[in-house]
Write a protein that binds this ligand. Sequence first.
Ligand code: 99T
Length: 202
Amino acid sequence: MKLYHTAASPFVRKVMVLLNEAGATDRVELIPAAVSPLKPDAMPIDSNPLGKIPALETDDGVAIYDSRVITRYLDEVLKAGLYPAAPRLWETLTLEATAEGITEAAVLIRYEFHVRPEGSRSHDWAEGQWHKIDRALTAVETRWMAHLSGQIDMGQIALGCALGYLDFRHSDRDWRSGHPALVAWYDRFAGRPSMLATLPPG
Ligand code: 99T
């Protein structure tokens, strides 16, 4: 299998953490692809017409995207057991979707100030994205701490990668403030070998 990859992407990192947890990093060849909304041809558009990474080419030559489809696919192929049976599955998927929303908002803020031309940037719009992140972190503290103390799953991995991305790209904002239980969980989770092996570039 081939994975279009950059170590800076939190979406790619979820896939890499899954591969590490499953002991299957050797099953995937990493193809560097430094895409941005203004550089979609940094990867083959045949593999994802949206020009986004991660995109996976399976051994059968089929292209699979986006990251949540790739992790479901790899979980099944590798029998990684990171999507539990229902009813816990619905909690896992909702947590995964919440983490994805945090990550998407954080990437939009990053693009607003590093990709969008200077004259058309909006601080209000970026603040709106940050408020989504803050509300979601509060919701995780309120609703998911029991789930987070259970067996590792893709919801936890997505959340760990989302928080890692906040540290990586938004260290000027203090996501930890007001979220002590989440901080305690993340401090433990970030020490997993799979997380340490997939840190974004220093
Ligand atoms: O938006 C673009 O055209 C290019 N951006 C990407 O490919 C980003 C890289 S993160 N990936 C996604 O937006 C994937 C989202 C999709 N829903 C999924 O796969 O889950 C790069 C972040 C950074 O450099 O800071």
